[in-house]
Design a protein around this ligand. Sequence first.
Ligand SMILES: NC(=O)c1ccc[n+]([C@@H]2O[C@H](COP(=O)([O-])OP(=O)(O)OC[C@H]3O[C@@H](n4cnc5c(N)ncnc54)[C@H](OP(=O)(O)O)[C@@H]3O)[C@@H](O)[C@H]2O)c1
Length: 230
Amino acid sequence: MLITGTRTGIGKSLAEHFLGRGYTVIGCSRRSSTIEHPAYRHFEVDLTESQQLKRMFRAVRQEFGHLDSVVNNAGTATMNHFMLTPEETTRKIFDINFFAMLGCSREATKLLQRSERASTSILNISTVAVPWALDGQLVYAASKSAVEQATRVMSKELASFGIRVNALGLPIVRTVLTRTLPDEARANALARQTIDRMCEFDDLVGPVEFLTSERSGFVTGETLYLGGVH
Ligand SMILES: NC(=O)c1ccc[n+]([C@@H]2O[C@H](COP(=O)([O-])OP(=O)(O)OC[C@H]3O[C@@H](n4cnc5c(N)ncnc54)[C@H](OP(=O)(O)O)[C@@H]3O)[C@@H](O)[C@H]2O)c1
C-alpha cells in the first residue's frame, strides 16, 4: 500500500495502522520520516515536482514491483476570503491537492496493474468543505471539488484495468493542519455535522480499510462523507 503525506496527521496514523495490520507500507513527505518500522519505506519527495514524483514511483517499481492500493492523502488547506488569497497561494494549493493527486494516480496505475489482486484501488482524501461550500474556503474547497470530479471520471477511465477509484470526505480531524483553526470555525463545522462530535482517527479506519480492500470490490466513483453532511 502506498500512502502519500505520512510524516504527520492522518497519513501518519493510517500508515501506522496498516503497518500494525501486517501490510508493507510505502509513504512519502517533503521532510524526513517520523515512522520507524521494518515494513515501512519512506521517500523524501516534493510531490508538486513531477520529476521527483516519477523518480519515487520508478524506485517503488524496482523495490516492490507492484502496488495493491494507493491513498492520495498529502494535501494542504488555506482558510481565507478569496479576495484576500494571492494567486500564488491558490496555485500552490492546487499543485499539491489536485495536480500531485493526478500525477500519483497516473504513475500508480502502472503499478496497480501489476498487482495479483482482481480489484485494486485508489482512494482520494477529500473534505466536507466541498458539499458545504463554506465561505472562507473557496480555494481549498475548489481544489478538493476537482479531486472529487477526478475520482468520478477516473473511476470510469480505469475500470477496464480493474482499478476502483473512490474518495473519502472528512470533517474536521485534529491534526497539524487544523490546530490553528479558530474555536468559532470549529464550533460552526461541528454544528453542521449530523453526528455532533469531533471526528477521531478511529472513525476513519473502517471506511479506509473498506475502500482500499477487495471488500468494496463493487464500489467505484463514490465519495463517502463522514459525520453526516446532508
Ligand atoms: N485534518 C482535517 O481536519 C482534514 C479535514 C478534511 C480533509 N483533510 C485532508 O486530509 C489530508 C491530510 O491532512 P492532515 O490534516 O493529516 O494534514 P497534515 O498533518 O498537514 O499532513 C499533510 C502531510 O502531507 C505532506 N505533504 C504536504 N505537502 C507535500 C508535498 N508537496 N509533497 C509531499 N508531501 C507533502 C506533509 O509532510 P511534509 O510537510 O513533510 O511534506 C504531511 O505529512 C489532506 O488532503 C487534507 O486536505 C484533513
